[in-house]
Design a protein around this ligand. Structure first.
Ligand code: AMP
Ligand code: ZN
Length: 481
């Protein structure tokens, strides 16, 4: 496949270091709050990448960290640890906050059909690895002690900026608005590897180290966790675009200085989900979650479709209207698949291969997911039998993960329930809930027997449950408000 590599600023053919195993690393969530749907855009697109690599027949090992220590409120080593902010906000311990929001993150992933990476490692599990790398960096002269902390010395590198060709001064920490300069640093871009002293006193979790009791910086965790599980080289590293600087830039600096050779070959960055008022962010406090979408009646997979309809290297604007359109398209797509008849013949292998090649070509071109989605509609329009179409949709959904066949089967079953609710010539149509079907049928029967008081009583009961009933020529139909 071809993948845009942010490190070379080019689309490149993807060639793993070891043909038998693709090593993939993803920056995981900072678990001090719920993930917002912007964070989840990044995880959806990374999930598609992993699944497409597997679809092409590759073996993938994917590792993700859980940031439960060291990510300060500014990405540039100042402010309070985000985990501590979460603990104070909810008056709980840092570990309770981490456990709760890690669970919530994976609940959201499950609802969005995002596969759990093969290895998920909390940052607090790997203190020994960080100490080992930091000691190596000090030995090699890439790190120094100052004011009680250990810093990486960026002046020792031939090239520090990898992802952008910005003016060093524009990006230098301390120049950016609201970021206080740290007088202990020798160079403005130096970053903390290990804190024993920081700007705030009450860090909750601390560990012993050769440099005193303290805690790791945020960047070292991804280098440490990646090397622990994937060794000294890495094929693909992913994250949202805000991670490119300083986080990924610093990961490369410390990893390559420590290893003495190139570390990661391909960098994939997902552009942000924005609202009309700018980037969606947890620190702003107001953000949209998967649970909120569900409360408003949206299927989380309609949000997944919304993300797949656009390319990961373009910023995506979220509006309710856009989501309504995706939800409408998703329901129609499921309805069309539900109308296909399974088992109407044998799969036409030749037609299957032609469509599969088209799909692979689109997805293999830097994950063109919107063309991948178009491939689903192309299948529905094919002249082949339904069994071939269903086989293709099932196949593409191994990558797109829109729950197409499961949802279509549920829809077929719901339609069958409508028929079971037909009784004595009265036909009830609704949203496929047998209990509601039965109540609506009772009401229709009461009306037919001219027992209007009973019919009204049932209507009120249904209303209280958020159900609206409309009489039809054959009986009644109902829907949720
Ligand atoms: P965090 O939990 O803040 O460490 O972020 C988790 C992931 O979400 C990282 O890969 C971020 O780069 C990514 N991310 C943060 N904000 C957004 C956004 N608005 N849209 C897409 N991805 C984002
Ligand atoms: Zn990371």
């Amino acid at each position: 496949m071809y993948l845009y590599n942010s490190a070379s600023h080019k689309k490149e053919e993807f060639i793993p270091n070891h043909p038998e195993l693709v090593k993939m690393y993803t920056c995981g969530p900072t678990v001090y709050h719920f993930a917002h749907i912007g964070n989840l855009r990044s995880y959806i697109m990374e999930d598609v990448l992993e699944k497409f690599l597997r679809y092409e027949g590759r073996n993938v090992k994917r590792v993700m960290n859980i940031t439960d220590v060291g990510h300060l409120s500014s990405d540039a080593d100042t402010g309070e640890d985000k985990m501590l902010q979460g603990a104070k906000r909810e008056q709980k311990s840092v570990m309770d906050i981490a456990a709760f929001y890690t669970g919530a993150f994976f609940d959201d992933c499950r609802k969005l059909n995002i596969k759990r990476p093969d290895v998920v490692e909390p940052a607090t599990n790997c203190i020994g690895e960080y100490i080992h790398i930091i000691s190596g960096l000090i030995e090699k002269g890439y790190a120094y002690l100052s004011g009680g902390n250990v810093y990486f010395d960026t002046s020792k590198l031939d090239r520090y900026y990898i992802f952008n060709d910005h003016d060093a001064e524009d990006l230098a920490v301390g120049v950016r608005e609201g970021v206080e300069e740290d007088a202990n640093k020798r160079n403005k871009n130096d970053f903390v590897l290990w804190f024993t002293q920081s700007k705030f006193e009450d860090q909750a979790l601390k560990w012993d180290s050769p440099w005193g009791v303290g805690y790791p910086g945020w960047h070292i965790e991804c280098s440490g966790i990646s090397m622990k599980h994937l060794g000294e080289d890495l094929d693909i590293h992913c994250g949202g675009i805000d991670n490119a600087f300083p986080h990924h830039t610093n990961e490369i600096a410390q990893s390559e200085a420590f290893l003495g050779h190139k570390w990661c070959n391909y960098w994939m960055h997902v552009l942000h989900l924005n609202t009309n008022s700018g980037k969606m962010s947890k620190s702003k406090g107001e953000f949209l979650t998967v649970s909120l979408l569900e409360e408003k009646g949206y299927d989380p997979l309609a949000y997944r479709l919304f993300c797949l309809q656009s390319h990961y290297r373009k910023a995506l604007v979220f509006t309710w209207e856009n989501l309504d359109n995706a939800q409408g398209a998703y329901s129609k797509l499921i309805a069309r698949i539900a109308s296909l008849k399974p088992g109407d013949g044998a799969v036409d292998e030749a037609a299957f291969q032609v469509q599969k090649e088209k799909f692979c070509k689109a997805m293999g071109n830097d994950l063109n997911t919107s063309l991948g989605v178009t491939a689903l509609y192309d299948v529905l329009k094919m002249p082949s039998n339904d069994e071939t179409k269903l086989a293709l949709l099932d196949s593409f959904d191994q990558v797109l993960s829109l729950g197409l066949l499961e949802k279509a089967a549920a829809r077929r079953e719901a339609d069958a329930n409508v028929k079971t609710a037909a009784s004595g010539g009265i036909v009830i149509t609704g949203e496929g809930d047998p209990e509601i079907d039965a109540l609506v049928l009772q009401r229709a029967e009461a009306k037919k027997a001219k027992n209007f008081a009973e019919a009204d009583r049932i209507r009120d009961e249904l209303k209280a449950r958020g159900i609206t009933v409309a009489d039809t020529r054959e009986g009644a139909s109902w829907k949720r408000d």
